[in-house]
Design a protein around this ligand. Structure first.
Ligand SMILES: NC(=O)c1ccc[n+]([C@@H]2O[C@H](COP(=O)([O-])OP(=O)(O)OC[C@H]3O[C@@H](n4cnc5c(N)ncnc54)[C@H](OP(=O)(O)O)[C@@H]3O)[C@@H](O)[C@H]2O)c1
Length: 284
């Protein structure tokens, strides 16, 4: 069996590729820059860019299942090709925001994008499973620079609390869904195992790197002004809405990772330990 992994060079994709290789599956991977994809030995990397619709002719040859990364710009071209190739099972990376459980999700940047991806997959008629991760712990990598350089992080909602999810758990669910039985037509909402405040999230990173870190509360307005250099305004508003909501109504942990994989979801301390190198200055 050959499985195609798109978005293979991202944190979820890399973890998924490793799991599939370890399971003895033949893996094909796409990248917009295949020459520098850095995949494990034996993985055949081909060119693919969903935004431009370019996909190597080899990408789907002999492939029976695929993992679909929800690229900005859409996946319609890929789905047309996957449908023509009669793919048996597509596992789709979406987002919990597509469930629109909260008022803030209606019309949000993430919800709108991921719902469009889910609708396109549905319309393609390809048998599929949808994975809907909540907030990824990797979002905390945004703190890497202030932690490395100052040990102080500015944050507008230190007491808000989320259930951050390790990328390895999304990959573990994707691998099980691709390799196991009984996952067709399922939608899996995924979260981390515990509710942790933003202040405690920073302290967890501090423990992992052996440094005391400081959080300074700033106003949402200051945050907005700072972020205008890095993110489009709808993405900034989505973050602020999520944090302000989760001050009084923290995220609720779900058991889906454990139910699908048979192993509890990884806690934030494990994520911080795995990502220690991201938060310390490299020595010359
Ligand atoms: N952040 C959250 O809290 C959150 C919550 C729910 C869901 N999600 C979903 O999870 C995703 C992040 O996953 P991740 O961290 O593993 O991925 P990532 O690092 O954001 O991206 C994965 C890979 O996708 C490829 N890619 C980007 N644009 C592409 C395009 N136009 N066509 C083809 N490939 C493209 C890139 O590979 P190459 O450069 O090699 O082409 C990139 O390395 C988000 O984009 C979102 O959809 C995130």
């Amino acid at each position: 069996m050959t499985i195609l992994v798109t978005g293979a060079t991202g944190p979820i994709g890399r973890s998924l590729v490793s799991r599939l290789v370890a399971a003895g599956v033949e893996v094909r991977a796409t990248s917009r820059t295949p020459e520098s994809a850095g995949m494990p030995a034996g993985v055949h990397v081909v060119g693919g860019d969903f935004a431009t619709g370019q996909l190597s002719g080899e990408a789907l040859e002999g492939v029976s299942k695929a993992f679909l990364f929800p690229a900005l710009g859409g996946v319609d071209g890929f789905l047309a090709r996957a449908s023509a190739a009669e793919i048996e099972h597509l596992v789709v990376l979406s987002s919990l925001s597509a469930a629109r459980e909260h008022e803030r999700d209606h019309g949000s940047f993430s919800s709108t994008h991921h719902l469009a991806i889910e609708s396109a997959v549905q319309a393609s008629g390809i048998p599929h499973t949808i994975l809907r991760p909540g907030n990824l712990a990797n979002n905390l990598l945004f703190w890497a620079w202030p932690i490395k350089t100052a040990g102080t992080v500015e944050d507008p909602y230190p007491t808000s609390a989320q259930t951050l999810l390790h990328e390895a758990d999304v990959a573990a669910v994707a691998a099980e869904t691709l390799l196991g039985d009984g996952h067709l037509d399922k939608v899996y909402p995924l979260t981390g195992p515990e509710v942790v405040t933003r202040r405690e999230q920073l302290a967890t990173i501090g423990r992992a790197i052996g440094r005391e870190l400081t959080m300074v509360e700033i106003s949402p307005r200051t945050f907005r002004a700072q972020m205008s250099h890095f993110m489009p305004p709808p993405a900034v508003e989505m973050l602020l809405d999520c944090w302000s909501d989760t001050v009084d109504q923290p995220d609720i942990p779900l058991e889906t990772v454990a139910a699908v994989t048979g192993r509890p979801a990884r806690g934030l301390d494990e994520w911080a330990t795995d990502h220690r190198a991201d938060f310390v200055q490299a020595r010359d």
